[in-house]
Design a protein around this ligand. Structure first.
Ligand code: TRP
Length: 448
């Protein structure tokens, strides 16, 4: 056995860790603003369809490759096709993990800052806060440090136990916030925006945004689920586990929308405000609530914890790669990779007003992403790279390794999967790669 690599202590431990990776800023910060930018309810419908039709079967593909090979993304691919160029897909995943960690850690730092802002009872102006380079960099460094400290100690003990307590608390708190937000006068318009679809708002860019958001939120497309799958014992049921992970992730995102949009419309704010949405709408909501400073501080604390279980998973991918392939020691390599992620994140940290150069970076066309460095990183690593990675990995799993081998790996431990086996193979080989390919073509403007 490969026990020097570590294994999840239980099925629940695995589901919690994988859900912890999936649930994060992507659900509570990114999802609502993407919904707001893409016209509301119609986007939500498309998003949920993509999650079920593409996200869930694709997740099973990554998990099966990981468990079958018991390796990181590079090693897993190399085990199946030794010495081939397919290994590059694994490297892309490792690089993408670093890229996402670099900008994600900056935003996670803001959420930590907001814990203290809520305690003081005066959140102040968001734009001024994020343009303060000293605070932003200190908070970012703090967040990366905590992430590295936990990955340094191995994941199974601390983080599994933490998630078990804190995720349910986040859930209960969000229920309370939904009830409060929906009861505000004027909130009905927000519910209509969020829940009554107007399909005339759907175009190619909206579908790409939904696909990108689905992969980002479910932690797919860069081999994270290969890595986490590699720690799953053979006796476990990957099929129902994936179902739980997808369900929890979508539920938390959906609930975040039920808070944001009613509150936002009740306050007369603009749903298209973009990335700052959560940091502006939530504090205003808390300032109006009874005991709002306390509720607000707890909310941002839990959001930070949700972000932490995600940054841990992002750091774990490059770390697992180096441990497996270069036989380095976990304890040392963690700090080196974390240091690299920190340096890579500095331009993002400075791109919200502190440095005019990084604020107006604009290498990627405006049509695709805002000009600030952080938004550009988010587009390149959080959308584009995940879509390309998922396209190549689905071809690799469906055709090169062979969907039949993947399916028999999933079947081990899951008798229920038999009923879906043929359908799954069809999805993996045709529907998933073809839809991602079409969406990518559209991104490069082939259709207009
Ligand atoms: N899914 C996380 C979120 O929604 C972010 C994340 C963590 C991620 N690990 C990932 C995204 C791996 C893509 C791939 O906040």
């Amino acid at each position: 056995m490969q026990n020097h690599r570590g294994e999840w202590s239980s099925k629940l431990g695995f589901i919690l860790a994988a859900s912890g990776s999936a649930i994060g800023l992507g659900n509570i910060w990114r999802y609502p603003y993407i919904v707001g930018k893409n016209g509301g309810a119609a986007f939500v419908v498309i998003y949920l369809l993509i999650v079920v039709i593409i996200g869930l079967p694709y997740m099973l593909g990554e998990l099966s490759l990981g468990r079958s090979s018991q390796k990181n993304p590079v090693g897993a691919i190399d085990a199946i096709k030794p010495g081939s160029a397919w290994k590059g897909v694994g490297y892309l995943g490792v690089l993408t993990g670093l890229g996402i960690l670099s900008f994600y850690g900056v935003i996670a730092g803001w959420t930590v800052g907001y814990i203290f802002k809520m305690i003081t009872g005066n959140p102040g102006d968001f734009a001024i806060f994020i343009s303060n380079s000293v605070w932003v960099i200190l908070l970012f460094a703090f967040f990366i440090f905590i992430t590295a400290a936990i990955v340094h100690g191995g994941i199974s003990g601390g983080i599994e136990r933490w998630s078990k307590i804190l995720m349910p608390v986040l859930f209960v708190l969000m229920i309370i916030l939904i009830i409060y937000a929906v009861s505000l006068p004027g909130s009905g318009a927000g519910l209509r925006f969020y829940l009554m679809p107007d399909f005339s708002k759907i175009d190619g860019n909206v579908i790409l945004a939904a696909l990108g958001q689905a992969f980002f939120s479910l932690s797919l497309g860069m081999g994270l689920m290969i890595t986490y799958g590699s720690y799953v014992p053979k006796s476990e049921d990957l099929f129902t586990s994936a179902g739980y992970i997808v369900f929890f992730d979508s539920l938390i995102a959906f609930m975040a929308g039920l808070i944001i949009f009613p509150a936002l419309f009740a306050n007369g704010q603009d749903p298209e405000a973009g990335a700052k949405l959560v940091f502006v709408v939530f504090p205003e909501l808390f300032m109006r609530m009874p005991a709002g400073t306390l509720v607000g501080a707890i909310f941002f604390l839990l959001l930070s914890v949700a972000a932490l279980t995600s940054t841990i998973s992002l750091l774990e991918v490059p770390v697992a790669f180096l441990i497996d392939e270069k036989k380095v020691h976990r304890k040392r390599i963690v700090w080196i990779i974390a240091g690299i992620a920190f340096l890579l994140g500095l331009p993002s940290a400075l791109s919200q007003g502190a440095s005019p150069f990084f604020t107006n970076f604009g290498l990627i066309p405006q049509r695709l992403a805002d000009p600030d460095f952080l938004s550009q990183m988010s587009f390149v690593f959080g959308d584009l790279s995940l879509a390309i990675g998922a396209l190549l990995l689905s071809i690799f799993i469906g055709w090169i390794w062979g969907a039949k081998f993947a399916a028999s790996e999933i079947e081990m431990g899951s008798s229920y999967f038999k009923k879906f086996l043929k359908l799954w193979i069809f999805m993996m080989r045709y529907i998933i790669p073809i839809s991602i390919f079409i969406i990518l073509l559209n991104l490069f403007g082939i259709f207009n």
